[in-house]
Every structure is written in structure tokens, then in C-alpha cells.
Design a protein around this ligand. Sequence first.
Ligand code: CP
Length: 501
Amino acid sequence: MAFANRDLTGIQDFTRDELMYVLDKAALMKQALHARKVDRYRLAAGKDLLAALLFYENSTRTRTSFEVAAQRLGMNVTGFAGVDGTSVKKGESLRHTLDMYEAYQCDCIIMRHPLDGSARFAAEHLGIPIFNAGDGKHEHPTQTLLDLFTIREHLGRLDDFDMGISGDLKFGRTAHSLAIALTKFTGVRLHLFSHPSLAMPQELLELMQEAGVEVTVYPTLTEAAQKTDVLYQTRIQKERMPDLTEYDKAKSISEFTSKIMEKTRDGFGLMHPLPVDKAAPSIAAELDKHPKALYKIQAGNGVPTRLTELALALGLMGNDFNGEVFRESVCSDDFVELLPIKDKPPRKDVSIRPIRNNGVVIDHMAPYMEEILTQVLKVRERRDIYRAATVKAASRPDSKESIKGMLMIEDRTLTENELKIVASVSPGCTVNIIENGTVTFKYQLRLPDRVCDVPGMMCTNKGCISRPEHQESVSPRMVKVGDSRVKCYYCEQVMNTSQIV
Ligand code: CP
């Protein structure tokens, strides 16, 4: 079955067919719940299934709607709502806490955690389905399913419409997951508004543009709202902002007021993942009963959508799905290309002494990368004799790349693992193996599909679960996203390879 035992950690891991199937099933569940047709939704009755809800951060809607959904399905629930009273307060790691709930034979885990990528770590660590109920500023995919459900319920479609997202586009995980989900549909025109300090991350804008989503950024909330069929307003995430002076500026321009509502299209719908902060309202309170305000219905849709997600992951429905199934892209371990060796006389103008006997020359690196390579290859710890410099590239003296990094190490060969490390931090470089003063092998290195085991490697996102300061013992892992860019396997932060060590 396509859905059984699947994790729900990121919305990208679902095809359009799969998303539509979940929404169709959720619509049936909503009808059954409203009509109290118990036999149509109590699919886990008599099966002794147990859901663990591990909420390290505050929540009203996500936790309660998952709990209600599990109970309506016929499951039992356990877990915690906030870490007070748990051994997290005694310093227990996420890994150990997860292990406990697996040891108690829970059938799935629904977790909210402040660190980006924590849900992907949990999914990698445990064999039971993990539901990401919000991981730091990264994603909130089960919110997105109820958001898509609400948009489709209101407009009757998810293609060819004007969607607005406003408020906190930088730290707001609901905005991130929704933006990613919109790339699965066609003809979506996305209208964005935020204070400039809370703009949508560049990598998400790139993802949307590559998928054909037409993105426009507006200077005011009114202008964005006027252009949309549905506007998704979000709370400024004060608790995630490092600079609170920016918070004050952002909140002063981010309230959706009655005046703005008056300028919206007929049939417009105002959405919000909630909560609204009453001290800095992202929606004026007088709009709560406005016919265009959808956010109460939206929150209610959390129960049928999450009930459906639980039932699918636990294999209680999903047999009749026959659409496109999501597949992870296949990773290749091929990163080395053997180059022909040109029989050239030794250059006279070289500024560093060549290797006269045996050794390795790493050439055509980005300028100043040689210092980083001496670290990752532990040249000094091994007490290798080496020469490292950024020099003029004789082959392209007039190009922008007229300088390059070089590292020569005497009496050293590189293992396959070391070649992979070099390829990871300096893709595109060449490696010459020297024996008795002549080049015996010449390689060009490409960025490997999977980057790990690089000494000193770290995700640049300080909120990532893999950062050492969080003491979660999660080794950093990256995956290739371009010729010289990688993204963190856990939090999906995109980085240049030169930034990873
Ligand atoms: N939308 C949402 O995540 O709300 P809660 O924080 O109340 O769960």
C-alpha cells in the first residue's frame, strides 16, 4: 500500500495524486464525522492501536485535533503536552525519549519540537510512522493538508487561482509547507507580503519559480490581499526572532483589518493557521464572524484530515489508491572521473615547488579552499609535508576564475573516502597522483549525491537538530542540490559546499 507505514515529515514527500487522494478521503471522513456515522470512521476499533503525542512546544489546535482524530478513529493516546514534568527537564535527548515510546509499542508518533529537522531525524531513527506536527521554523505538513483541504472546499479547486501568503514568511513553518505544496499544482499565482526582514527564504522562492509558480511580492498587505482569491495570513513568530526591534516594525504593518477586507474580491477567503496573538493581532478581532473569514472552519478541518493521515499510515485505508506514488530520487556514489594524462613538459613559471617523488596534487580548487582541505585531510595532525597556496591559473589568465587554490602533499595518496571528502568540499577540483615525479592518475571530482563523514562538517542553520550545540548526537548529512550546493538532510537548509566546514 502506498501510504502504510509512511512518515509525514515534509510535504515535498507527496505527489499531487497522493495529496488529492488524502483530501478526497478526508472529505468523506468530514461527512461521516458530521453525520456521526461511527462505523465509517472508527476504523481502528478493536485493534489496540496507540498514538504517542510528544509536544515539546505549545499547541492547542495541532495537539488537540490529532488527539480527537486518534480517539474518533478508535485509538488510544499517550505522551506529553509541554516538557514540564518530563525527563527532558533532566537533559534527556530526543533520541532516548523516542526510544522509550517505541519500547512501549506505540504505533505512531506525532511530534512537535523546536529544532529544525527533528522530525526527519525521528523518522530515520525509528521504524514507526512519524507525523511532523511542527519542527522549529522548518515545516508543518499536517497543517498544510488541512490548509489545502480548506482552499479546495472554498474555491472548488487547487489549480489556476490567486493565493496570498502574508505575515512571517521567514520563520513561519506553516507558510513554508504551504508554499512547497503549491508547487504540486498548476497555474498557481502566489502573492506575498511581509516586512522585508521576514521575507520568504530564497531557496523556497527558487523552488516555486522552478515549478512554474508565478510569484509577486507586494509592498503592502492591502495590495497583496486585493489580488488574491484566498489569503493565508500568519502570526509573526516573535519566539523565533533573534532581533525584537524587527518584531515591532513587522507587527505594525501586518494586521489584516476590516478596511483591507472591504477591498477584497467577491468570494475571497481569509485563512490563518492560528493562533492570533491578541497583543499583536494579525487579524482584527471584529473580522472573526465575517462571512469571508475561513479560519474557524479551517481549524475544524484538522480533525478529518489528521484522522485520514493516521488511518492511511496505519494501513486502515488506502487500498484503492492507484495514482503516482512518491519515490525518493536515486542516489549515485559516482563522483570521480578519470582524466587523460597530457604529456606536457614541466612548467617553468610555477611559484610552488612541484612534487619531485611521490605525493598528491589537488588543483583547480576555488581560491583559498586549500586551507580548508588541509584541515579536512588532517594534514597537520599527520605531520605531512605540504604546500598550499592560491595562485594564478595559467590556463585561464584572463577569466574571472584566474586564481585557484592548490594543495600539494608529499608522500601521500588519498583513499576513496578521502577523495569523497575532497569532492564534497571542493567539487570540480582535479587530483593528480604523482609517482616518481610523474602523474600516474588524474581525476576530476564531482559533488557526491550524499555528503557525510566530512571532518568538522556542520549545517549552517543554527536551529538544526544536527548542530553540536544542541547535544542531540545527530551526525550532519547533506544531499546534493546542484553542482556546488548541498542541503541539510534534516532541516533542508541550502548551502554552498565552501560553507559546510
Ligand atoms: N496551527 C497551529 O499549529 O496551531 P497550534 O500551535 O495551536 O497547534
